[in-house]
Design a protein around this ligand. Sequence first.
Ligand SMILES: [Zn+2]
Ligand SMILES: [Zn+2]
Length: 440
Amino acid sequence: MEILTTALQMLNKYPLCDHCLGRQFALLGHSMENRDRGRTIKLLLTLEGHLLTYSIDEEGFSLLKAVAANGSFEKARDVLRHFNKRTRVKKRCFLCEGAFERIPSTVVNAVRKLGRYEFTTLLVGVKLPLEVAEREDEFKARFNVTHGESMKSQFSRDVGKQLCQTIKKEVDYSKPDVVVLVNPFADQVRLQINPIHVGGRYKKLIRGIPQSKWRCRRCDGKGCEVCSWTGKTYQDSVEELVGLPLLKMVQGEGMAFHGAGREDVDARMLGSGRPFVLEIKQPKKRYIELRELEQIINKQADGKIEVLDLHIANKEVVRRLKRAELTEKTYRTIVEFGRDVSDKELENIEEILSEAIIRQRTPRRVLHRRSDLTREKYIYKANTKRMSHNRVEMQIRCQGGLYIKELITGDEGRTNPSVASILEVKATPLQLDVLKVGET
Ligand SMILES: [Zn+2]
Ligand SMILES: [Zn+2]
């Protein structure tokens, strides 16, 4: 009986609780708990010990004593008591130091902390002190344990099981709402509340609103005379107009706004809107009425912006958005020329800029945040519509990443060809609107 022989060697040497003894044989048998494995082995050893007392009684008693003392096994103590043998007091488990017995109190602790949050799924993560993990490794090597399981994996499972039974929630290994981080040796429970993501599209109906909050450069957000003590360069931002109502609704700790690209502060975002995902960190609530949220945002934004098609999103959608930044865009701009332009010249612009590759060196105005490179961007179609003798409305459908203002002005030769260079005239974009982002 190899299992019993090995188990007895272990118990002769170290005090082991039912969980820790059973765990050394965890891969044997199915659908049972390590505690039951450990108990069964200790019970069989007790029977063996009792049997031995009838032949070689010293060996039988020493076996029973090992199981009673190092195994803290009541049934072995009962047999010894029957023979009027004294047994030693209960010892602390060499491997877990009694941590498995403390799981119920860990669970109570976790339940109390979780009570502040709304969530559906959870995952338990366990962190063990280094010396505990090392001690178990040495133990396994010494007894040549080949069908065991790690303490960490048993802890995570046991805590998870008891916790889920108590609060009636489910474990999710890939995308849990909450991760319960447990250090059973320090009796520590920490919660990692995963963010919620709400996706949608926004329209920016007026100019002068940046997509994300701009901190005042003078005071770095602390508040000064320049920013009228708001800490901000612009009073509003799409991020705040969209995000603050949700942040308040779910009582989150912070937010991040991810847009599929961004328009300039002075450009509107019209048409079907620009896709975005709003991420709220450490939300206390997770069950949101999206229709209600949409109404609140749009009402509070008071015609500055508008959101549509709100839906629950996730991290993967954010990754897709970042890639979508480079998809097709359609712009409308009003261009003013330094002199009158003829119909022939407008036709010329349409012809040269449609199905054309534009070589664009990073515009001077964004050099402070982007490296100085020359990029090639494609224009699918450029249309013009005369408004007056020197004013034209242009619509441009192009690859994402093309800077439209510079396509008009030429940016002192850094963008080529440009509207200005084609006609050899000063061209100024008066207004810029984004009409469409992507195919939707
Ligand atoms: Zn133990
Ligand atoms: Zn300031």
